[in-house]
Design a protein around this ligand. Structure first.
Ligand code: GDP
Length: 416
């Protein structure tokens, strides 16, 4: 594995890919800035989206990201309703932690919003109001995990998992720090001291999630993967690396436990954020700053170990793609595969046939389309074969991803 990692270094291809992805990232950012700052706000087409979805921070951020993807796909400026007003996570609203979504166009003006119905019916209305993704009827094909046709060839050549890269750019735009957040982040970053050497990010989601939406995982299950990552990296670099982990969690006891059980590690945590995560009063900005800092710090780490059932970790993974280029493989999830809540079916295509060895497995013929439901991370995935309609396990290496490539606007006036 260490040799394989070295391959990208020997001929400089890793570096070249990084530069090319950076250029694409700049292009995406410019497109979003242009979309969100129309020259004539009054006449611009708009998409209105309510900021307060009743769920946790990660879920709300993904809700707004879905709205922004919708806005990008339909060339409408996103109007964040509740922008500047009280938000579940801050009395001061969205702008307590983030920059406004636009500098020039923040409300509907005199136009009345019309509820979304379908692409066809909504196309002539100047302002459309979007429901949450779970209530969206006639969901267009550009919803996650689609990637835009105009960038697809480059993305498939340069990145291991383009849908996460694409979503990451919307999340990154939305999470541009407010001046106060910037200060908090810089303090937190100094504490982690990324310049000191590589670091693995752990997100250990406990409290209300356990038993309802996810299973309990002992810290050992996470640390095995941190050990593994440092072993491979030490081999690759030909020297024993100092082992460091950054721990983000909603359960403060986790940090103490890792410090006590793993003395060979430098264990760094944003100490207050785990305590603040559990505050009943969601209106404290410090709880908001804590979770935002945790997500940003996780995304700056070299490798992530977490449960993808948590939106916090999926946000960090998405942002990691913007920061690091192709960090598609820089994670280990103890449960789910990567997904976007409310997404369209994620499909794979069989490239090798498979005859079931036991009754848990399904048959594959080359060309079969399988809707993947999960990965057991032991070489086997779980899904439903659309040809036979049978659900079960199949070897993960016998399929390839069937990317959803969709037509999005190509913003011809925006140049790198
Ligand atoms: P999910 O429930 O983990 O999928 O994510 P949500 O964002 O929907 O809800 C989780 C909530 O728990 C967040 O709003 C945070 O308040 C808190 N939380 C969960 N994990 C962390 C963490 O690693 N750090 C901090 N600071 N808060 C967390």
């Amino acid at each position: 594995m260490a040799d394989e990692l070295r391959l990208a270094d020997v001929d400089g291809s890793g570096f070249r890919r990084e530069i090319q992805l950076k250029n694409l990232s700049n292009l995406m950012q410019k497109r979003l800035i242009s979309l969100q700052n129309p020259r004539h706000c009054a006449s611009a087409r708009k998409l209105q989206c309510y900021i307060n979805k009743s769920c946790g921070f990660g879920c709300q951020l993904h809700h707004v990201a879905y709205c922004l993807i919708f806005a990008y796909a339909t060339e409408r400026t996103l109007i964040l309703e509740g922008n500047g007003q009280t938000w579940d996570y801050s009395r001061k609203g969205w702008t307590a932690a983030f920059l406004p979504v636009s500098d020039t166009c923040l409300d509907n003006g005199t136009e009345e919003a019309k509820f979304w119905n379908s692409l066809e019916e909504s196309k002539n209305h100047p302002v459309i109001s979007l429901p949450v993704i779970d209530e969206l009827r006639n969901g267009p094909s550009f919803l996650p995990q689609s990637i835009p046709k105009d960038l697809a060839a480059d993305l498939l050549r340069l990145h291991g998992y383009p849908p996460a890269w694409f979503v990451g750019h919307f999340v990154d735009y939305l999470m541009r720090s407010s001046p106060q957040m910037k200060k908090m982040l810089s303090i937190a970053e100094n504490k982690v001291n990324f310049a000191k050497g590589p670091i693995v990010g752990l997100q250990v989601r406990r409290t209300d999630k356990i038993g309802s939406e996810a299973a309990f995982h002992d810290v050992e299950e996470y640390m095995v993967w941190a050990d593994h990552w440092f072993a491979v990296q030490s081999l690759k670099q030909g020297k024993q690396l100092r082992k460091r982990v950054f721990v983000a969690t909603d359960e403060p006891a986790v940090i103490t436990e890792i410090k006590e059980r793993y003395k060979e590690y430098d264990v760094i945590a944003n100490s207050n954020s785990a305590i603040l995560a559990n505050l009943q009063d969601r209106y404290t900005e410090s709880s908001l700053f804590g979770v935002v800092a945790d997500i940003r710090l996780l995304s700056n780490c070299n490798y992530l170990v977490c449960t993808f059932s948590s939106q916090i970790c999926r946000l960090a993974y998405e942002l990691m793609q913007v920061r690091r280029g192709d960090a598609a493989a820089s994670f280990h999830s103890l449960d789910d595969i990567y997904y976007f809540g409310g997404q369209q079916a994620r499909e794979q295509e069989a490239i090798l046939s498979h005859s079931p060895i036991n009754e848990d497995e399904i048959e594959l013929q080359v060309g079969d389309i399988i809707v993947i439901a999960g990965n057991h991370w032991n070489g086997m995935s779980k899904g439903r074969n659309k040809r036979t309609n049978r659900e079960g396990l199949y070897p993960s290496y016998k399929v390839k991803e069937n990317w959803r490539i969709e037509k999005f606007p190509s913003y011809p006036n925006v140049k790198i």
